[in-house]
Each structure stands twice: as C-alpha cells, then as structure tokens.
Design a protein around this ligand. Structure first.
Ligand code: G6Q
Length: 553
C-alpha cells in the first residue's frame, strides 16, 4: 500500500513538500491578479457534477498549485481508500467496522456482498418497511388510540440521530406534508421536550425514538418522559404501540423500553451516526416529504457517489474541494471555514456540517497510532445569508483571520417571491466578489473626493474604509433547493471530509470524544443525586457542585 500521506511516522513526504514549494509564490499574488494571468480561469476552475455547479476560481491558488494538491491526493492513496470504503472494507479501524453509508443510497447495483451478506437486500427491505409505515401515517390510515390521524411527529434523538433528519426536514419544508408538523427533541434540558409537549395533542402525536445504540442518556430520558406524559394524558400501555416507534440497531433495548419490535426500524453498525440520515434514522424525513421525495434525496446522493467514484481526481468535485481545504488548513494556516447558505431553509446546514466535519476529522492521532505533526480538521461555522451580512461578515471583510468560505446558492426559488430571490442572488454574488476584489486606498480616496469630502477628512478615513480583498470563496450553485440537489450536496461534503481524513491520515469514522461525553456525566449525576460524595472531583468542579447543591436547598 502507498503510504505517502501527510504523516507517515512523522516524516513530510515528497508530494507534501511539492505543495509547500508553491506557498510563497502564490501568497504574493492576489486572487484577482490570477484572472489576468489565467484568462480562462473561471472555465478551468469550475465544475459541474450530480446537478451541482461549483466555482472555485475565487481561491488563492493557481493551476500548477492545484495540480500539486491533486498529486498529493493521489500519492496519499485517496483512490484506493475511496474504493475500500465503497466495497465495505473495515476502514473504521478503531471500531473494526465497515463504513457503508453509500450503500444506503445505492439504488442501482443488484447486490453488494459484505461479510457474506447482500447488504443492499437488507437495506431495501427496511426501506420498504419505512415507506409502508410512512404511507399509512401520511394518508391518515394510521390512527392514534382514539381513532384520530397523526398531526405531529416528534423525533427524539441526539447528534447523528437528530442533526441530519432535522436539517433535511427544514431544508425541504417546501415539500412537506401539509398535515404533519415535525418536531425534534435532542437536548436533555427539559425545556426542549416541555416546549414540544405543550404544543401537541397526545391523541394525534407519533414519537420516533431514534438511537443507534438505544443507550444514549439524553434520548432515553426524553423518551421515558414522553412516555410518562402520554400515559398521564390518558393513553394506556397498550396504546403505546400506536404512538411510539423506534429506530435503532439494538432490538433488545427497544423491547426493554416497551416498544413493540414490530414498530422498530433497524439499521446496522456499519452506518455511522453522522452518516445515518439515509438509513431508517431518516424515518422522520420520509414522514415529512414522502417516499418518492426521499428516493430523490437518495438519488441525488447516489449521483454524487458515482461522480466521486469515477471522475479523475483532477475533475472530481469532492476531491478538489477537499484539497483546496487542505491548502488553506495546512499551507496557509486557516483554522476555520465558513459555510454560508443563501437559503433560509438551509439554516441548519452549518450545524449539520459542524458534526460531519468536526466529529470526523477533529483527531490528533494517525491511523498508524502516532501523534499527527500537521493540523487536522478546521472549525466549521456559518449562518444563512443575507442575515450574516449584517453581523459577522465584518470580520470576513476586514478582520485579521483568513476564513475560506463556501457560498451555497439555489438558482431557482421554491417560492413565488421572485423579486426577493433576485436580491438574494445579487447579495450572494456581490459578497463573493467584494471579498475577493476588495477596495484599494486609491479607490476609496477617489470616492470620497467625488463626494466632496475635505482632504484632511479623507486622510483620516481612507484606511478604515478600504478593503484589502483577496478573501477566498467557493460558490456552489444548486438548480433549486430540492431533494435531489440536497442529496448531492450532503454527499459532496461527506466525501470532501473523507478525502481530507485520508490526507491527514486519521480515522474519520470514530468519535471517542463523543463517547467520553457519554460517560463523564454519570459520576457527577450520582453526586448531584446524593448517591456518592464529590471526593474524586477536581477542586474547581467540586466548588461548582457545592455551590449548585447549596442553591438547590
Ligand atoms: C455520530 C455520533 C453521535 C451519535 C449520538 C447519538 O456520529 O456517534 O453524534 O449519533 O451520540 O447516538 P445514538 O444514536 O446511539 O443515540
């Protein structure tokens, strides 16, 4: 196997060094100058795949540097590692698992044998079970215990069992079932559940308890409280089957909770939590948008999978986006990236991508078990435009941090307010352009002179009002925010994160930091409940516990 990745036992590789050699030269040239030096730059640095179009020409990069980055991807064995994922090799080496979320949206291949099992047959069978159930709920055929159709669906889950379905249901609101209101409860903070319970009718509410392990304390606590509420509001034990269903890999725990296993939608340990919206964890999505639209979501993702698997690295959208990210992270020292969807319904996308990216590549140990000697996953953040323009964009324009940006823009609206959409588009394109071009001191001076401002005042203000520019961005165009485009967009980011994980030589598919969170609270919970003493805690935490206990008395 080729081990020419970013860190193989702590040495810098030839391919890595070849990229490094470009830093000084490229850094000395502002992006807008590259458009003069490379006349067909927009055509060369843009790409269409799976219904998405990406313009990556507004980056601090030139053609030879991009080629060196692609060479680094090839030398890091991206192609073999990608193929290993698709065929089900156990690439999640710390949990000894395959990583097969791509199989969940494989709508065309007849079979995929992994460990002697045709996983595609299992996937398709569960999908039919989901679809049949969703059709009954959506048509009004599935009735609550007093004979009323469901009007409210409450998904109780956290992390990967919440963020994906929540984001997709928001994003595809324009395609939502008119009768069904979707609610998502994740937080252990009782306000999350209490707020939802205040607004729903127990006779018309369906709870989905979504938990891969069915051991997560937040989800189980919320689910038990919802069950108690349901019983208190007049439901009986036997009615639970009409109001509670489960999505999990843990059949015994589901039965133990009191949910009939006939109302359980299974999935498999080779689906990572943050990659699970394509599985039965997406039940809330199917209820919201219906089976046909859910299939469109899968189809969009599958189209991106096919592109990722077959396009040469030089024309491969996830690979290019990944390597541009590596360029900023490792060679130009950018510590964060901003994802700015110009689409109100994509307001949960940054939160979703935070988990996808930061949980996958927020690692400091290589796959070979050594400490990394390079930076790994960046901080991901963002908010929809245009709102952000009236807030943190200031820092993007004039701050001292380099923050590469992904603008995401649907070309056609899903509403009828075309004047709004035109302004939205104008704002998005204007920001990308202004960030790159900036405004020189001379331009500011000329503007102020034209306005008749006195020279002394011009001297005082000019620097404040100038913009150095050279702030990079990708612009991703979706035809419109529909299921297929969204599927392709999510898969694009999944694969981008995968490629970066290969370059950084980390396992993108475990999450020991999250697991830690699942256990550390138990001890303090025992102390707060008076079941044990605070003797093992550090002095700071001990002080906080004492103060909180004293206030509670
Ligand atoms: C995702 C993580 C994590 C997980 C939640 C919920 O990749 O592992 O976010 O999804 O902790 O876990 P359960 O689905 O098992 O409740």
């Amino acid at each position: 196997m080729n081990t020419d990745s970013a860190n193989s036992g702590g040495r810098r590789t030839v391919a890595w060094q070849a990229v490094q050699d470009h830093v000084a030269r490229v850094s000395a040239t502002p992006i807008r100058r590259w458009f003069e030096l490379e006349p067909r730059r927009f055509e060369a640095m843009s790409l269409e795949a799976a219904g998405l179009f990406v313009d990556f020409s507004k980056n601090r990069i030139d053609a030879p540097t991009l080629q060196k980055l692609i060479d680094l991807a090839r030398a890091s064995d991206v192609e073999n590692r990608r193929d290993a994922m698709f065929v089900g090799e156990r690439i999640n080496i710390t949990e000894n698992r395959s990583v097969l979320h791509t199989a969940l949206r494989n709508l065309t291949q007849p079979e995929l044998i992994v460990g002697g099992v045709n996983v595609l047959a299992d996937i398709r069978q569960v999908r039919q079970q989901m679809f049949a159930f969703a059709e009954r709920v959506r048509s009004g055929d599935w009735l609550g215990h007093s004979g009323k159709p469901v009007t409210d669906v409450v998904n109780i889950g956290i992390g990967g069992s919440d963020l994906g379905p929540r984001m997709v249901c928001e994003a595809l609101k324009s395609f939502a079932h008119p009768r069904l209101r979707m609610h998502f409860v994740a937080n252990i903070d009782g306000d999350a559940l209490a707020d939802v319970l205040k607004s729903v009718d127990p006779e018309r509410t369906l709870f989905i308890v979504a938990s891969k392990t069915f051991t997560t304390i937040e989800t189980l606590t919320n689910a038990h409280s919802a069950r108690r509420w349901f019983l208190d509001k007049g439901g009986s034990e036997k009615d639970i089957a009409r109001h509670f269903v489960a999505v999990s890999t843990n059949r015994d725990a589901v039965a133990g909770f009191g949910i009939d296993p006939a109302n359980m939608f299974p999935f498999w340990d080779w689906v990572g939590g943050r990659y699970s919206l394509w599985s039965s964890i997406g039940l809330s999505i199917v209820l919201c948008i219906g089976p046909a639209q859910f299939e469109e979501l899968l189809r969009g993702a599958e189209a991106m999978d096919k592109h990722f698997r077959s396009a040469p690295l030089e024309a491969n959208m996830p690979v290019i986006m990944a390597m541009i990210g590596v360029w900023y992270r490792n060679f130009l020292d950018a510590s964060s990236i901003a994802v700015l969807p110009y689409a109100e319904h994509l307001h949960r996308l940054p939160a979703y991508l935070q988990q996808l990216d930061m949980e996958s590549n927020g690692k400091s140990v290589t796959r070979d078990g050594a400490r990394v000697n390079h930076s790994t996953g960046p901080i991901v953040w963002g908010e929809p435009g245009t709102n952000g323009q009236h807030a943190f964009f200031q820092l993007l324009h004039q701050g001292s941090e380099l923050v590469p940006i992904d603008f995401i823009l649907p070309v056609e609206p899903t509403h009828g307010l075309s004047a709004h959409h035109q302004l939205l588009v104008a704002n998005c394109l204007a920001q990308g352009s202004a960030l790159m071009n900036g405004k020189s001191l001379d331009e500011v001076r000329a503007e102020l002179v034209a306005k008749g401002v006195a020279n002394t005042e011009i001297d005082r203000l000019a620097l404040h009002r100038s913009f150095e520019g050279n702030r990079p961005s990708n612009t991703l165009l979706l035809n419109r925010l529909d299921a297929a485009s969204l599927g392709a967009l999510i898969a694009l980011y999944e694969h981008k994160v995968f490629v970066q994980g290969v370059i950084w030589n980390v396992n993108s598919f475990d999450q020991w930091g999250v697991e830690l969170g699942k256990v550390v609270a138990t001890d303090i919970g025992d102390i707060l409940a008076g079941r044990s003493a605070a003797t093992n805690l550090d002095p700071s935490t001990q002080g906080l516990v004492a103060r909180i206990l004293a206030k509670g008395k």
